[in-house]
Design a protein around this ligand. Sequence first.
Ligand code: DQA
Length: 160
Amino acid sequence: MVTSNNGTSLNVLVLHGPNLNLLGKREPEIYGVLTLVEIDRLLTKKAEELKVCIKIQQSNHEGELVTAIHEALGQQQGILNNAGAYTHTSVAIRDALAGVALPTVEVHLSNIYRREEFRHHSWIAPIALGQISGFGANSYLLGLEALVSHLRNYDLLSLQ
Ligand code: DQA
């Protein structure tokens, strides 16, 4: 678990699901060469820029991810979530996110819609604010920006 506190009141939980601990050596042609530690470092730097506090957790176990989501209640105001393969299978994670009702952005390193058909369905997307998929590690950084903008009530369109 990595926690960075930038002295602000906005707290975000970053949740990595199964097999993401293998990043770097796991199918690099699909997921890229960055390790999870390197991605977490990039996220920590982005959180500093955005002046938010992030708590990062990874688990290979569905129940632990459900518990982490429950524990976010009262601690964090939003969730950045890459549920990995559980995206396509886990009603329990979807129900946990719906249950705590914290704004959630779903992210994926790969573009799940350009891959096998079983990856095209996400149980999480219907209850998420939105989904960012296909930009490698940048999906996480873009997702964090989108979540923080939402939590801070920025309307990007109104800035134009
Ligand atoms: C993933 C896509 C999922 O289909 C896959 O099971 C993963 C990683 C991604 O980040 O591209 O584990 O969530």
